[in-house]
Design a protein around this ligand. Structure first.
Ligand code: UDP
Length: 408
């Protein structure tokens, strides 16, 4: 495991950003902040915690991370909440609600909290707050789009949120208007020095791709995402069929299971049967940061065909590699893909439009290069981990001040 230090980022973000981070974090030295989420691997939340947690410690903040221990029954239920909060019509039984709160209660029995600030991520550990005496400010960090939740699910979930001192969303439009809590916005970010995002030697990259059966002689279109219905990999295959009518490209669909997402394997099986008779589609179900990096960097076009999306870190990652992105105009994607400038945005169901833009980029190298370069600078200025750290430092200082629980 590498031990990155804040100063390692100087070459990428400049001296000023580094010095501001040290200065702003001084009042938080020795403060204990605890993050709780539901998986150590898979998905954007775990991805960000792996970066930000050690770096905050390098600043002298005791920034911790614990993962709620779910059971085989727990994660299908929390995935249901996730789907319902993104608008799906579902019913959750009383038995399922009891498992949801019961696992949280059990976790609270053996997880002792003596921290100055709590940050709880997403719905899985949300009810934890009900099972502790509230001795410190609690922040609910919601990474999903709550703009049109299923009403019944929302009403149930909201009763836990109301206990929190603050809520943090990735974009303004994600927060429900009937949530009276204080709300803040913090856009996610990527770490440019991880295996997934570092600059790779071209020969190494090509070797990794060849080892996975990816042909380097033909244009590559890819989507790197959990095999999740909201990411719509089946729709990506439909678009690819249209692209194939004009250019001899290949499609790479790369996904990896997340331990808190039980639906991935089912979608993977559906995909497998859908592409049975299609040449030129590489479907890869495996976690490899080196492969994610290689695919995103080598692709001629990266697609993100989500029908609902939180922020979409895969988009940030692709833009950082200078790869043009054609993506759905949903969730946090439009914050990253500025239509016609850093990529192209389309309504999720406009398969024709997706195919047209992909072909346009493949056939015009200059267009691809220009979109890619602008995309990379957009990420450098807005979506790197150093900006994320600074915003969290400010957020934590503000909440300590306003709740007057700690002293800073
Ligand atoms: N990811 C990965 N391997 C895969 C697919 C996805 O490591 O095969 C990572 C991806 O690189 C990104 C994260 O999982 O860092 C997904 O974050 P995003 O915000 O795009 O979506 P989420 O899964 O959180 O909905």
């Amino acid at each position: 495991m590498d031990g990155r230090k804040i100063e390692d980022y100087r070459d990428i973000v400049g001296d000023k950003v580094i010095s501001v981070l040290f200065k702003e974090s001084t009042p938080l030295r020795g403060k204990r902040i605890l993050n709780v989420n539901s998986t150590y691997m898979g998905g954007g939340v775990a991805e960000m915690l792996w970066s930000i947690v050690p770096l905050m410690n390098d600043l002298g903040i005791e920034y911790g991370w614990r993962v709620i221990h779910g059971t085989a029954e727990f994660f299908p239920i929390t995935k249901k909440w996730h789907n319902a909060l993104q608008g799906e019509q579902i019913t959750v039984t009383d038995h399922e609600k009891n498992i949801y709160t019961g696992i949280n209660q059990l976790f609270s029995r053996f997880t002792h909290i003596k921290h100055d600030v709590m940050i709880v991520h997403d719905p899985q550990p949300l009810p934890l707050i009900s099972f502790y005496p509230k001795r410190q400010p609690w922040i609910w960090r919601c990474h999903i789009d709550l703009s049109e939740p299923n009403k019944e699910a929302w009403s149930y979930i909201k009763k836990f949120i109301l206990r929190y001192d603050n809520t943090v969303f990735s974009a303004d439009k994600f927060a429900q208007s009937d949530l009276p809590n204080d709300k803040s916005l913090i856009a996610p970010a990527i770490d440019p020095l991880t295996t997934k995002n570092m600059e790779m030697d071209e020969s190494r990259r090509k070797q990794v791709l060849e080892e996975h059966g990816i042909n380097l002689d033909r244009p590559i279109i890819s989507q790197v995402s959990r095999f999740d219905k909201w990411k719509d990999p089946l729709g990506v295959v439909e678009i690819f069929k249209k692209v194939k009518k004009t250019v001899d490209a290949q499609l790479v669909l790369l996904g990896a299971p997340a331990s808190d997402d039980p639906e991935c394997q089912q979608i993977f099986r559906e995909l497998k049967s859908k592409i049975k008779n299609l040449d030129d589609v590489r479907l890869i179900n495996k976690q490899s940061d080196l492969l994610v990096n290689s695919v995103q960097a080598q692709s001629d076009v990266v697609i993100q065909k989500s029908t609902r999306e939180g922020f979409g870190l895969t988009v940030t990652e692709a833009l950082w590699k200078g790869t043009p992105v054609v993506a759905s105009d949903v969730g946090g994607i439009p914050l990253q893909v500025i239509d016609g400038e850093t990529g192209f945005l389309l309504p999720p169901d406009d398969h024709e439009g997706f195919a047209r833009k992909i072909v346009e980029i493949i056939e015009d190298d200059d267009l691809g290069n220009e979109l890619g370069q602008k995309g990379k600078e957009h990420v450098r200025n807005n979506f790197l981990v150093t900006r994320l750290m600074l915003e969290w430092i400010q957020q934590i200082k503000a909440i300590l001040r306003s709740t007057k629980v700690g002293t800073i």
